[in-house]
Design a protein. Structure first.
Length: 434
């Protein structure tokens, strides 16, 4: 079953969106390669194995909350034999790519909203049974990738989000819900708390509840002027979306980001300048790679350090460096970052975090030259292309700068003590069939 865009002509039709959301994505990725985890409580932890950032339904049923520090639930984990894993971002990123590639089979217009969510434009599918089409999407993704998904279908992105939210919770929907017709719309909106509506944050949710608006239905029927006064034009667009008037089209080319930030909190405090220099160099390497992936360059580099903010000798400092020429060259940015860090480093400090921010971004094709520039920009570009190509082929970090250090036990590195294997991105970690 496929959508017939040629015969229907989607520009003559009202909008139809599907939101495909991977269920408990990080946990689901772990289960694909370890089926013994199915049906058992599983949690995945944040950097440095600090907090629970993904939970299986079984773990949620035990009362494990999102972002709860793992040390607070040690007894719960032990008594209920909860399976605990460190985040495996290489695996999750690769599995996400496979899911998104699968979704392109169902429509040429797709917006990757996050690592585990995508909006699909299904306007060309209006003449077919959308529930059946949603089930086809769900079945195909699970069959091809092993990742279970939920599908919400509606006339706007906001309503598709609501449909997806209900599809996850309703046994009758069984993972797929079509809200393109108004038959059950009021009932569906009434079942969704106002704080669960896409675009309503904690602050606005508190305000709306204080004024008697507790669910999505009441928000849809709210007075326009009242909402506009508090939430502005964004609030009015939200009302229109809830009323079935599409305000947000599919974004296949997302806007260029305004900045790139890379930072980490250390598992243990660091006092050594050399170790901080290595950490900053590693973060700059990651940030510069992100710039090149988006064909961007940065004109401003910010470096900062901080100690434990809960202690009396708390210290925070940052330095902003205006670069002579916008660049995405790793070695050049590392040089500036190390220079900046030396200027703000305070001897004797026990540092818990450092990071970099690349700002004043622009396209690499429109770099303003500098008369006094001594860098061979053409050579720099070719070198970065070669490094990226090798790392893409051989794996991240196959080629790296000496400034990031070569030791295996570097204390600034993020701890992943319970990480699973890189089943899809490392030759030595491939599953073996015996």
């Amino acid at each position: 079953m496929s959508c017939d865009y040629g015969k229907i002509g989607k520009h003559f039709m009202s909008s139809v969106f599907a939101l495909v959301d991977c269920n408990n994505f990080y946990v689901s990725c772990e289960r694909v390669f370890n089926p013994k985890l199915v049906g058992r409580p599983v949690i995945v932890l944040s950097n440095n194995d600090g907090c629970a950032v993904a939970r299986s339904n079984e773990a949620k049923a035990l009362g494990i909350k999102m972002a709860v520090p793992v040390f607070q639930i040690k007894d719960l984990i032990k008594h209920n034999k909860v399976q605990v894993y460190s985040s495996n971002y290489a695996l999750y990123g690769d599995m996400s790519q496979r899911v998104m590639q699968t979704l392109t089979q169902f429509t040429p217009d797709l917006e990757i909203y996050s690592i585990d969510e995508a909006f699909l434009d299904l306007a060309g599918c209006k003449r077919i049974n959308l529930t059946e089409y949603g089930r086809n999407i769900k079945t195909t993704v699970e069959k091809w990738t092993g990742i279970p998904v939920s599908v919400g279908i509606a006339g706007t992105k906001t309503l598709a989000k609501i449909a997806n939210h209900l599809a996850k919770k309703s046994k009758k929907a069984n993972g797929v819900l079509d809200l393109t017709t108004a038959k059950y719309m009021d009932q569906a909106l009434a079942a969704v708390a106002v704080g669960e509506v896409w675009g309503v944050g904690r602050k606005y949710a508190g305000f709306l509840k204080a004024n008697g608006i507790d669910n999505a239905l009441q928000l849809r029927d709210a007075d326009d002027n009242f909402i506009k006064k508090k939430m502005g034009i964004v609030g009015l667009r939200l009302l229109n979306e809830l009323r079935g008037i599409s305000c947000y089209p599919i974004e296949q080319s997302p806007p260029r980001r305004k900045s790139v930030t890379v930072s980490r909190t250390f598992k243990k405090a660091i006092a050594s300048l050399d170790e901080l220099l290595e950490a900053v160099a590693a973060y700059v390497s990651t940030g510069a790679e992100k710039l090149r992936q988006e064909n961007s360059v940065a004109g401003v580099l910010i470096v900062y350090v901080m100690t434990n903010r809960f202690k009396d000798d708390y210290y925070y400092n940052s330095v902003t460096l205006k670069l002579p020429v916008q660049t995405n060259d790793t070695s050049e940015l590392i040089g500036y970052a190390r220079e900046g860090l030396r200027g703000i480093y305070k001897k004797g400090g026990q540092y818990k975090k450092t990071g970099i921010l690349l700002h004043d971004l622009g396209p690499e094709t429109l770099v303003q030259a500098n008369f006094f520039d001594t860098v061979d920009r053409n050579r720099s570009k070719k070198l970065m292309q070669a490094v990226d190509a090798i790392n893409c082929e051989m794996g991240s970090g196959a080629i790296k700068y000496g400034a990031v250090g070569v030791g295996r036990n570097q204390s600034w590195k993020t701890a992943f003590n319970q990480r699973s294997r890189s089943y899809t991105t490392h030759w030595d970690h491939l599953l073996e069939v015996t």
